[in-house]
Design a protein. Structure first.
Lengths: 181, 181
């Protein structure tokens, strides 16, 4: 497949496709395009999705459960193997085959299940503690929905999702084109 | 308040605070710090959150409803005034005082309610159509959870939230430090 065809599928340009891929080595042959199966396999390896990741969900609110039920996660190898919530109403309930546990069981579960990624979907005041406990137990990466900056070692990547800030980015972009009132 | 104090609260550095603010004009006086009330008011104006934004939610799944119920949205002036979903089971139900409507009522509601922002939380195959219909009816900005790149006029900002890509960003960062298998 040519970089032009890849670009059309990805809604970008052929030059961008070639430039992006060049960051990761040599793919394809000039004039022959890219061998699709090999390209897919190598990209999956680069992205770290040529394997399964055991994911722990910390906080069984709507956001957390939305993630949990999203079929694309499992399809990409992210397997939610444990759920923790401090709400006594939720503890012991089964969600999609996974029983909600008390956070006191967190570290033991991280170790026993080999949880490497956690999704932190708890209130801001609980997020730092759970992040630290996770890291201490062996967690290697954190998807953080709490509106605080987590303090964890540099070796542990954190991706922050702050939906209020996303909306504010929109209101900022719209407002900056308007004359001051 | 000094830039040092602001930096400590924002978990950044005083130099960064001064640099960031300098992009938007002159704030505070050297040696005197920043007048907090005035700074807050000006930042709210710059971000476009010195007013209320009427927001329409397109797609009443878990993600959409999580946003809808998140108190921080209303606190920042984002007011969800309408919900649309094509599921007959959901149409007519009231969620937080807002009745879920059939998408056929979308354009009329956008105009009647002055909806300027929409949250698109629908499957990929429905997202482009709803985006276009929204823009045609007067929508000015889109928070997009659908995993496609929306094609809208450049004057309409789009913020994309792709949670699979956030997890892949983590698995990439963790994997790139590992030797190849």
């Amino acid at each position: 497949m040519s970089s032009e065809e890849l670009a059309a599928r990805g809604q970008t340009t052929a030059a961008q496709v070639r430039k992006d891929l060049s960051h990761f080595g040599s793919f394809g042959k000039r004039g022959l395009g890219y061998p699709v199966d090999e390209l897919r396999a190598r990209l999956r390896r680069i992205l770290g999705i040529d394997r399964t990741w055991n994911v722990g969900l910390v906080g069984a609110g709507r956001i957390g459960l939305a993630l949990f039920e999203y079929p694309a996660f499992r399809a990409r190898g992210f397997d939610c193997v444990a759920i923790f919530d401090s709400d006594p109403e939720k503890i012991g309930r089964e969600l999609g085959g996974v029983v909600v546990q008390d956070p006191s069981a967190f570290e033991e579960a991280v170790r026993a299940l080999g949880i490497e990624l956690i999704v932190l979907a708890v209130p801001a005041e609980a997020a730092q503690e759970m992040a630290q406990r996770g890291v201490d137990a062996g967690v290697r990466g954190i998807l953080n929905f709490a509106p605080i900056r987590l303090n964890v070692p540099p070796r542990v990547p954190v991706e922050d999702v702050n939906l209020v800030m996303e909306l504010e980015a929109l209101s900022f972009q719209i407002s900056k084109d308007e004359p001051d009132a």
